[in-house]
Design a binder for this molecule. Sequence first.
Ligand code: SF4
Ligand code: SF4
Length: 401
Amino acid sequence: MSNSGSACNGQPSQAPSLSSVPGHGQPLWLLAELTYKCPLQCPYCSNPLDFAEVGAELTTEQWLDVFRQGRELGAVQLGFSGGEPLVRQDLIELITGAHKMGYYTNLITSGVGLNEGKIAGLHEAGLDHIQVSFQAADPEVNNLLAGSEKAFKQKLKMAREVKAQGYPMVLNFVTHRHNIDRIDRIIELGVELEADYVELATCQYYGWAFDNIKQLLPTHEQLKRAERITNQYREQLAAAGNPIKLIFVTPDYYEERPKKCMNGWGQVFLTVTPDGTALPCHSARMLPIEFPNVIDMPLQKIWDESSGFNHFRGDSWMEEPCLSCDEKEKDFGGCHCQAYMLTGDMHNADPVCAKSEHHELILSARAMAETVAGNPADLLYRNERNSRIITTDRLLKFSRD
Ligand code: SF4
Ligand code: SF4
């Protein structure tokens, strides 16, 4: 990968001075990544590659304190995520506390570890909403991608139970070249399970997905077909009076302009990772920025004053072509993680942008998707063993360099 030669060279770089940081919003959306533990092994997981080396998880009291501080800052929505949040034995206590504080709460789960009694307990604790993720609509592909032979059956059972207990439910399917051709079956499964929303989220290539891009990136033809079929279903379902909503998310690898990263860095979203590191975006941990920890700093100070949260606020960090671009208010230069992964410099324009000098990297990936077979046998699964191997390899490379 190329490097444009700016501040980023694997070392924490300078944040803009606070006097150059314009106003910012409130952290309306708080995401609590309670744990990196998970019984599944999805090869597109957005958790960091070195998750197995991350330190101790926050305690119940520490999490409740984060939620309280979040409410004081104006947070209204709280997502419980992971890893698999059901692994935390204090989940009910955390949800009860958050509910009493007035949050709208959402559980983002694989469904593995749920049972009828637990769903009832979550309801009693005041949980508002559940999102269940599936890997595919047929057991073979689902279980292959989840790295578990029992996952599909369990997910089906739990999705039915979630609805039976009166929850609004989102079903989330991460689509890629191994399941996107069955988009019709995926939508039908969503209808059958009476989901309120079906999120057809084409894999975004961060975290583990970036390492597996050769196996996962669909071709342009696959993507166009899936979008066409989704639109047909939308029309048919609406005509039949079915209220289900189908949300189709395209991968930015097939766009010419990047997406507006997290609706603006440090504007609306605040993620707290299992060890208390606070991030403006759940992927940002990969960046060579020193992010603050909720154990060391009050949330208000983190949000308003920390160099990590101020780093990409405003436009004083920008370089060309973004700096003089008349579209910079639309996307703020795109995704900094993507710029970092692909070019080695997080201050570059997101290479998805056709104006970027690195856009060729995206075009090459598209060309690669047309020619490689994308063999599932070559997938790198997200598990502790692989995480430790990757971390060790990186350390060895670092000491050699
Ligand atoms: S993406 Fe898969 S492996 Fe990652 S946390 Fe979710 S269920 Fe677990
Ligand atoms: S040059 Fe930068 S600001 Fe302009 S559209 Fe591309 S990414 Fe966005």
